[in-house]
Design a protein around this ligand. Structure first.
Ligand code: ADP
Length: 501
């Protein structure tokens, strides 16, 4: 537990990590699991145990859902929209106050770099809370002029209201643990729901800390419950629970399918943000320097552990050699190390299992005949590091071109026409994001129109904002998180008729 003793950690974080066990948060109380089981979460930079966490299973999910249900008829339901706004701003204040220790916690628990945690995850988390803090006072219905053909001349008042959906289950992955938690919690609370959050088993800590901050902000007990545990136990119990009204899930497409099946019992509402295999396309008229940076960042941000990673790079032939060389040069010189070290540019993968999985894909790519230009192996020494890996001479049919690897592996391929780029870019089961680099404004918009993806980035990559909708086409899922469209996910519409005759 070297990292825990590390003097550079903020005092608040040292105190948090020093707890003998990290308990579940249910009904405003920190509790052991009913089974009394715990599990270990690791520091992926060292492979050593970072903390012990109570392991929720079905019995704890039962308690958490009951607490959330009860909170919906307590003081929470009587708060005015302006009071909900104030609470969300207060939570944002606390996240900003704790930004240093939360950023460090993310580095330790999931391996991201302190630079990315401080400049990306934390400011975005606060921004999401503030964006959704603005919504409670703006969620309203409409009056609709209605006609009733079998009652000529009759007069009615018809209006709609938007009500909370109820108990929201949120199952989230390990790549942006705090951000994903906030992305679900902020709109759910803005709309007046109560939440049961199941963080990924690899990264349970920041969600638990967030739950504590919710209580400190003044959210009533039971409005936010946090139940760390494993997918097939805690996750499946939440997905199948008959008293969960809506489930929001981010994770793999395979587990997404399980979630759909498990949710069928009570027909709970679903929003799914699943995998990706994004094309990042460079035309010969692009700004080469910007594109080179964008391709690298697109593929390797967060060690490539992003559903939006630009893992299929398509370069128009005249630029193919020079851009491939630029990508390889960056891949070979990037500084890898523990995320907490401010000099580190790329951290470890989240777990041993993920490291093995990624190395398996690399081995498969070599076996299928792709050419390895950089990386291709783990870093020697402790921790779950894999060198950033660049393949060329790959065929679209190879697994490294079709399947989501969720690690630092990119394939670079040349193309000769816009039509070819579009058809190859779209030849995937996924459709989360796509990137286009071009100096031709007409081409940019033509491409944006042609690409089948929920987000298209032109001359930029990996940009997100609380106000911009986020979600996928095809097997990348359905529903749009963030933005005004999240309000539709976390409210239900009521239609009221009043006879005025
Ligand atoms: P990844 O491959 O990125 O780990 P997963 O889809 O396996 O993504 O996991 C994302 C989240 O889904 C995690 O919180 C995990 O515990 C949860 N999960 C995994 N399997 C199931 C399941 N069968 N039912 C519900 N949740 C699950």
């Amino acid at each position: 537990m070297q990292a825990v003793a590390s003097p550079e950690l903020s005092p608040a974080l040292r105190e948090f990590l020093a707890r003998p066990s990290h308990q579940l948060l249910i009904g405003g109380k920190r509790l052991d699991a009913a089974s009394a089981k715990t599990f270990e979460t690791m520091d992926p930079a060292t492979g050593r145990v970072l903390a012990r966490v109570a392991e929720a299973d079905a019995a704890d999910v039962e308690r958490a859902v009951a607490a959330a249900r009860q909170a919906l008829s307590g003081p929470w339901s009587r708060l005015s929209p302006a009071e909900r706004e104030r609470l969300l701003h207060r939570l944002a204040d606390l996240v900003e106050r704790e930004a240093e220790s939360l950023a460090q916690l993310e580095c330790l628990d999931c391996g991201k770099t302190i630079r990315e945690a401080k400049n990306g995850d934390l400011p975005l988390a606060a921004a999401l809370l503030r964006y959704f803090a603005g919504w409670p006072t703006k969620i309203h219905g409409e009056t609709i002029p209605v006609s009733v053909p079998y009652y000529p001349g009759a007069s009615f008042l018809h209006y709609t209201t938007r009500e909370p959906v109820g108990v929201i289950g949120a199952i989230i992955p390990w790549n942006f643990p705090l951000l994903m938690a906030v992305e679900r919690l902020a709109p759910a609370l803005a709309c007046g729901n109560a939440l049961v959050l199941k963080p990924a088993e690899q990264t349970p800590l920041s969600a638990l800390r967030l739950g504590e901050l919710c209580l400190e902000a003044g959210l009533p007990e039971g409005v936010v419950n946090v139940v760390p545990g494993f997918g097939p136990t805690a996750g499946a119990a939440l997905a199948g629970h008959p008293d969960v009204d809506k489930l929001t899930f981010t994770g793999s497409t395979e587990v997404g399918r399980e979630i759909v099946k498990a949710s069928a019992g009570n027909l709970k509402r679903l929003s799914l943000e699943l995998g990706g295999k994004a094309p990042n396309i460079v035309f010969a008229d692009a700004d080469v320097e910007a594109a080179a940076k964008g391709l690298f960042m697109g593929a390797f941000y967060n060690q490539g552990q992003c559903c939006s990673a630009g893992s299929r790079v398509l370069v128009e032939r005249p630029l193919f050699e020079s851009l491939t060389a630029a990508l390889v040069e960056r891949a070979k010189t990037v500084r890898q190390g523990p995320g907490l070290n401010p000099k580190t540019q790329m951290g470890p993968l989240v777990s041993r299992q993920q490291k093995e999985r990624v190395l398996g894909y690399i081995e498969g790519g070599v076996k299928e005949g792709a050419r390895l230009l950089a990386g291709g192996e783990a870093l020697a020494g402790e921790g779950y590091f894999v060198k950033p890996t660049v393949f060329s001479e790959a065929k679209d049919s190879m697994r490294i071109c079709r399947e989501e690897i969720f690690g630092p592996v990119v394939v670079v391929m040349p193309f000769d026409s816009q039509e070819e780029a579009v058809s190859r870019a779209n030849a995937t089961d996924y459709g989360l994001v796509a990137g286009v680099w071009t100096g031709d404004v007409k081409r940019a918009h033509r491409m944006a129109r042609a690409l089948k993806a929920g987000t298209v980035w032109v001359n930029c990559y990996h940009f997100v904002d609380a106000a911009a909708p986020w979600g996928g086409f095809k097997r990348s899922g359905y529903g749009r998180e963030k933005s005004q469209y999240a309000i539709d996910l976390y409210t239900q519409l009521k239609s009221v008729w009043v006879d005025l005759n």
